[in-house]
Design a protein around this ligand. Structure first.
Ligand code: GTP
Ligand code: MG
Length: 266
């Protein structure tokens, strides 16, 4: 059994930075993880790249040869990945051991996890290869300034959850930039009733029924639970990681690995 995180979320929400901080954290505590780049447009990395979609296809070539723009080009690259799951991905996965832990750094184009089937098929392929996979959805805390943005962030995350059908962890990223923690606290574990009343205050009266349905939806899917992530704090990274590990039942094997690092063995 392998383990994997699929790191998704809107453009610029901090996915690649999260991957690199996670890598550093794991290096510090002596835990083996591998970060995979799935973004054909990525140019530089703060982490060692274990697998790289750019070895399969180059966005630059696609844009030039097919006369596509950056987003159409990206979709083409991802569809190419989809067609090569059995060849390229399976072959790459062969390099990893049974209990290895892979973290996939995805592109930020939101259509990839709302209605384009590429990532769904990617995940299904991982599952067929015996990986236990968790969707890790990052949302930028900078946008959590009012209830309407919170709800639209929840909806985007929900569409990823419905599309991918994975255990799902929501993260509020860039907590170091939040100056007034109290503003955010309202959205970390909010009362549905409070959200509804805020929403009704913000919107014209004809939206009241819609607002009620939206809040019920968000509440029923337990979407209103975000883990705050402050990358300056090891404890924050560790907590988020432990929650994700829990979701994919990574644990018993970890004990074995810790023993491997026992200095007495040297
Ligand atoms: N202050 C602060 N800035 C952050 C944090 N995480 C990311 N950033 C900044 O936010 C910007 C986007 O970060 P990335 O990690 O590239 O975001 P991404 O989600 O990988 O972006 P795409 O791959 O383009 O979708 C960069 O300028 C980062 O330096 C954080 O925790 N704190
Ligand atoms: Mg990125």
């Amino acid at each position: 059994m392998g383990y994997a995180q699929l790191v998704i979320g809107p453009a610029g929400s901090g996915k690649s930075t999260y991957c690199s901080s996670l890598y550093q954290h794991c290096e510090t505590i002596g835990r083996r993880i591998h970060i995979v780049n799935l973004d054909p447009a990525a140019e530089s990395f703060d982490y060692p790249v274990a697998m790289d979609i750019r070895e399969l296809i180059s966005l630059e070539d696609v844009m030039e040869e097919l006369k596509l723009g950056p987003n159409g080009g990206l979709i083409y690259c991802m569809e190419h990945l989809e067609e090569n799951l059995d060849d390229w991905l399976s072959e790459e996965l062969n390099n990893y051991l049974d209990d290895d832990y892979l973290v996939f750094d995805c592109p930020g184009q939101i259509e990839l996890f709302s209605h384009v089937p590429v990532l769904r098929n990617f995940v299904d392929h991982l599952k067929r290869n015996n990986f236990s996979v968790c969707g890790v959805y990052l949302l930028d805390s900078q946008f959590m300034t009012d209830v309407t943005k919170f709800i639209s962030g929840c909806m985007a995350s929900l569409s990823a959850m419905v599309q991918l059908e994975l255990p799902h962890v929501n993260i509020l990223s860039k907590m170091d930039l939040v100056t007034n923690k109290r503003d955010i606290e309202d959205y970390l574990n909010p009362e549905p009733r409070v959200l509804l009343s805020e929403l009704n205050q913000r919107m014209a009266p004809q939206f009241e029924k819609l607002n009620k349905s939206l809040i019920e939806l968000v509440d029923e899917y337990s979407m209103v639970s975000f883990l705050p992530l402050d990358l300056r704090k090891e404890s924050s990274i560790q907590y988020v990681l432990s929650q994700i590990d829990n979701c994919i039942q990574y644990g018993e094997d970890a004990d074995v690995k810790v023993k491997d690092f026992d200095p007495e063995d040297d």
